[in-house]
Design a protein. Structure first.
Length: 241
């Protein structure tokens, strides 16, 4: 599988670093407050009247630090999930397939950005893959998720599919109204997935991802067409398309 490289990306890495820094900063603040408010320590500088209040206040940065560490852990798990997906796709598909990994795009006039985990450009179709690294029992019924995610995976992949389709249509690289197929993949082996009457058909565990791509038979794209589609997507993401 050939990878189309781009300058954007590193979304999960950047977000994990951001939350790790926050966790460290709030952890430092909590330690500082504890040091200055503990009477038996030589660093104690707070009036005894305020010791208890400052000690209680220490709880706030501790909680914030803990929450940021949890988010950091989730992003790191997401990075590992995307790595596993990429490795599987690389091992299953040859050079007639193209992949774009971890691409960011602007979706509103305020410059807000979203991230697409993987875009696969295949001879038989265009696929947008949303990777989830959850390791619990998950039920997807119609368009509802149990237990719920912070942001619905089906809505995420739907927005990303719309953007990719718009990038292709605006570039006018094809003479047809191309369909972009959404796929949601759960990369953690501990995930137990139940799918009932889904809005999005391709909701799969990692081992079933290659078949979800191969079984989709709607187009017969040439390598030249796939390269042109890839260029259009990358130009759109960079703001030059």
């Amino acid at each position: 599988m050939r990878e189309l490289h781009h300058k954007s990306g590193g979304y999960l890495k950047n977000k994990s670093k951001e939350h790790l820094v926050k966790a460290i900063l709030y952890g430092v603040v909590s330690v500082f407050l504890l040091l200055i408010s503990t009477p038996r320590l030589p660093t104690h500088i707070i009036s005894p009247d305020f010791d208890n209040a400052v000690t209680l206040l220490t709880i706030v940065p501790v909680i914030v630090a803990f929450l940021n560490l949890r988010v950091y852990r989730d992003y790191r798990r997401g990075m590992e999930g995307e790595r596993r997906v990429k490795h599987l796709l690389d091992s299953e598909f040859g050079n007639e397939y193209y992949i774009i990994n971890d691409i960011e795009y602007v979706y509103d006039d305020k410059g807000s950005k979203a991230n697409i985990d993987h875009i696969v450009l295949a001879p038989n179709g265009i696929f947008v893959i949303e990777t989830k690294a959850a390791k619990r029992e998950i039920t997807y019924k119609k368009d509802y998720w149990y237990p719920p995610f912070r942001l619905s995976p089906s809505k995420q992949v739907g927005w990303n599919v719309s953007w990719v389709k718009k990038a292709i249509d605006e570039a006018k690289v094809l003479s047809l109204n191309v369909w972009v197929e959404p796929i949601i993949v759960f990369s953690n082996d501990e995930a137990k997935l139940t799918v009932v009457d889904p809005e999005i058909e391709a909701v799969v565990e990692l081992k079933d991802l290659p078949n979800a791509i191969k079984s989709f038979q709607r187009y017969t794209f040439s390598l030249e067409q796939l390269e042109t589609i890839g260029e259009a997507i990358l130009k759109k993401a960079s703001g030059t398309g």
